[in-house]
Design a protein around this ligand. Structure first.
Ligand SMILES: C[S@@+](CC[C@H](N)C(=O)[O-])C[C@H]1O[C@@H](n2cnc3c(N)ncnc32)[C@H](O)[C@@H]1O
Length: 394
């Protein structure tokens, strides 16, 4: 997609082509292209409209019904924040008193649009001309063009004294190849600039990869890990006046939001394995809040290095999945196979932490047969390779 193709899609003819493409997208691509051409849509416009229609279909999971009116690139969509997360962030910024915000590297504008919807005046800066033009088109399509404006340029040159707060979600993929970047020094804008913002602007939020090394968290910042329906989606650094607590795990399930907070520095107590095992949400684990969760559940670890929590009674918590343990075995393929045969187990889910075993290989080696189902947890108990056999609770 280039700027001319985007401009063509925004004419009345382009808009009709997009409508026609939306009706045929999702099926056979050749038939869809033929349908548009037979409706008199020129080949170039038809191809651009079909690409948009396909991306909009994919974007529904992130943006909901608003995806139908958005302009998207594949790379921009992959990097965009899903609406449920962007909305929460925007509400928190607004509640903290941020009235004007710079979004430095705004991409297609998912975060900026959420902030504008929360009533914040957003100045987006985006280095890629097509992405910048699409972000502006998305603001217009959402009826937010007076609250979210975009300039195409280098975010590092933006005068941050113009705004109350800054949001930065640096690109963590290589332009062109789309490969993930793991070294923060290779982010764009670069990490030094991003960390510098946290010292210059009193309200700064930085979105980072959930695998972020804790050593990179700026002093005094709140680091938050966010999961959506059990999937870890991002981490955010809330800096300056926005920092409330050292570590936060935010667990979003359906419409509900659950927050676990703490220092991230406490260790949970260790004791023998017990009847119920709890598998903490990945946001809790990455935020180093397993000890805080243990405290709430009155739980203990069975190995100091492994984040499974054990209790005598099942605990209903949004922060962990609970399994009832029927057997605790030192790991032996032969013994496990015999036990599962005896119980007529034909289906297993396999969880693992602290084990080098490959679940799919183990599943094959177990040669399961029977009508029953079981959960297997491959782990270590007091340092020893162990398998827990059990079933989900609730
Ligand atoms: C991860 S994406 C932002 C996604 C956005 N938060 C969203 O949810 O839609 C990062 C964006 O920053 C842009 N970018 C990278 N370096 C930049 C720079 N120095 N100045 C302005 N934009 C930059 C990239 O082109 C990319 O579109």
């Amino acid at each position: 997609m280039d700027l001319d193709q985007l401009a063509a899609l925004r004419t009345p003819e382009g808009s009709a082509a997009l409508d026609a493409a939306a009706r045929v997208a999702g099926g056979d691509p050749l038939a869809a292209a033929a349908a548009l051409r037979s409706a008199g849509v020129p080949a170039g416009l038809a191809a651009a409209a079909l690409t948009q229609a396909e991306l909009r279909r994919r974007a529904v999971g992130k943006f909901g019904p608003a995806a139908a009116g958005m302009f998207l690139t594949r790379a921009g969509l992959e990097q965009a924040t899903r609406n449920v997360v962007a909305r929460r962030r925007a509400d928190r910024l607004r509640a903290a008193g941020v009235g004007t915000l710079a979004d430095l590297g705004c991409g297609l504008g998912a975060d900026a649009l959420a902030a504008a919807r929360a009533g914040i005046r957003v100045y987006g800066v985006e280095t890629d001309p097509v992405t910048a033009a699409m972000a502006a088109a998305n603001a217009e399509a959402a009826g937010l063009a007076d609250l979210f404006t975009v300039e195409c340029g280098d975010a590092t040159a933006f005068d941050v004294t113009r705004v109350d707060g800054v949001f930065c979600d640096p690109a963590r993929r290589t332009a062109g190849t789309g490969r993930r970047i793991f070294d923060p020094n290779a982010y764009s804008p670069p990490w030094d600039f991003v960390v510098g913002l946290t010292q210059r602007v009193p309200y700064t939020v930085v979105k980072v990869a959930p695998g972020l090394d804790h050593a990179l968290i700026p002093a005094g910042a709140e680091a938050e890990w966010v999961s959506v329906d059990g999937d870890l989606v991002e981490a955010a650094l809330w800096c300056g006046r926005l920092a409330e607590i050292p570590r936060r795990a935010t667990v979003l399930r359906g419409e509900a939001t659950h927050a676990l907070i703490g220092s991230g520095e406490v260790e949970a107590a260790v004791a023998p394995a017990r009847r119920y095992v709890h598998d903490p949400d990945p946001a809790v684990i990455r935020a180093h809040l397993v000890a805080e969760l243990a405290d709430i559940l009155d739980a203990t670890l069975a190995d100091p290095t492994i984040a499974y929590l054990y209790t005598d009674t099942p605990a209903a918590t949004p922060f962990a999945r609970c399994l009832e343990v029927t057997d605790v075995l030192p790991f032996s393929l032969k013994r496990l196979r015999a036990l599962l045969r005896e119980r007529r187990v034909g289906r297993v889910e396999i969880l693992k932490r602290g084990s080098a075993l490959e679940p799919e290989r183990l599943r094959r080696d177990l040669k399961l047969a029977g009508d029953e189902a079981a959960s297997l947890v491959l782990t270590r108990v007091a340092g020893a390779p162990t398998v827990l056999v059990g079933r989900p609770v609730g």
